[in-house]
Design a binder for this molecule. Sequence first.
Ligand SMILES: Cc1cc2nc3c(=O)[nH]c(=O)nc-3n(C[C@H](O)[C@H](O)[C@H](O)COP(=O)(O)OP(=O)(O)OC[C@H]3O[C@@H](n4cnc5c(N)ncnc54)[C@H](O)[C@@H]3O)c2cc1C
Length: 444
Amino acid sequence: MSTPTPARRVAVIGGGVAGCTLAEGIQRAWPHSEVILLEGHTHLGGLSVCAQPDEIGWDRFYHVVTPQDQHLLRWLERLGLRHRVRWRSVATGFYTDGRLYSLTTSLDFLRFPPLGLLDKVRLGLTILYAARTASGADLEGITAAQWLTRLSGRRTYARIWEPLLRAKLGSAHQQVAASFIWSTIRRLYATRQGERQSESFGYISGGYAPVFETARQYLTSLGVRVRCGFPVRGAEDRGGSILLHGPEGETVEADRVIYTGPSRLLTRIFAALPLPDALRRRADSLRYLGVICMVLKLRRAVSPYYVLNITDPSVPFTGVIGLTTLVDPVEVGGHHLIYLPRYLPDDDPDFDRPDEAFYQPFMAAMRQIFARRGFVEREVELWRIFRARYVSPLHVLHYDKLMLPVELLPGRLYLVNTGRILSGTVNNSQMIEEVERALPLVLA
Ligand SMILES: Cc1cc2nc3c(=O)[nH]c(=O)nc-3n(C[C@H](O)[C@H](O)[C@H](O)COP(=O)(O)OP(=O)(O)OC[C@H]3O[C@@H](n4cnc5c(N)ncnc54)[C@H](O)[C@@H]3O)c2cc1C
């Protein structure tokens, strides 16, 4: 007969996909324990869901599901929502030298005028090489810029890779390690399927908000207490336990705490706990990548591409995401949605500028890019700006040595957040995978 696990009080901080799947895993493994999920906002979902109130009618950032997102698909299965995933082939484009080019099929690639034949061959070989490299460990000590220039040549780096890196990382693009771009290439390469070799992407009908509503009910049915509107602001060392301070003097006491929020805020929240000094310094020194994203609600489809990469550095956003080339416009009342992300480091002063400051420059760039498609400002029915300062730590050189461990105070305090992703891009499936990797440590 197996010995029953002792009843413990476990608090998971953060109700994004990481927190939800952690609470689920812990409650399942320790059915006699009291597991509480604490979320600062009024609803679960973190960066995945829509804003409240939801004027856009969709997630505030854009989300795709890829056929490789098996951890996410299994979670949706457990929630009874797997049938909601819709698959589509989408197009990719490039805006370069003042023109729009499709780069969706192999034929598009062969025809792509900005690169000569030799450049194309080197670019193709770089992608193949990256896709077939099984581990990014050897790429932690070389920058993406150095690695890609070596493989593809200076011209292709300047014309293709640098704009793509800028699109993903903004002004931080020169500091990231090659392992970052290696994992991105692998994820995208794997989505190219079928005869046309176009990108096979999926979305969740209804968006992410209903997924997290179902997750809340599901967690409750397992016995997890879900408490929204509880931003954890501080923690007290109670010897054996940790007392978490929430709003208006409210507290929650737990024997074991798992934090899923940004590492940059860790030492502030857990200032009173005996964290090693070296760990504190590492947490405080991590630089984060954030995003400012404008969403446009339009009457017609202006961009035929799901992703339009932009090589012109004067454009104030780093890509154009034609969300409704993937999501059926019926899902958003027949409207068309365009997302204009601008990625930037967490200390960029743009985070402190008012929303209005972005409107004119963004519109001028939209008119310039879609001049031939007749884009005019009055087509915009609604625009909103969404910001996230701490999406994930910048994957700088030797990030593998800088990343924080899961066990911060063994037996008491743990960390599972986007900073745990070493070989992969930040996405919900990857986060669930990181949770599954961390669970044995959390439960030890
Ligand atoms: C622009 C953009 C595009 C994206 N595109 C995709 C995509 O195409 N596909 C995909 O799968 N994913 C995508 N993602 C990633 C996805 O939305 C999630 O950000 C990611 O999976 C991380 O989830 P998480 O649970 O770790 O963090 P988060 O989603 O950030 O959740 C963390 C939660 O913790 C809460 N929290 C933090 N601190 C505290 C505290 N002290 N007290 C209480 N609560 C706290 C926060 O309020 C939040 O709800 C995208 C994200 C962005 C920003």
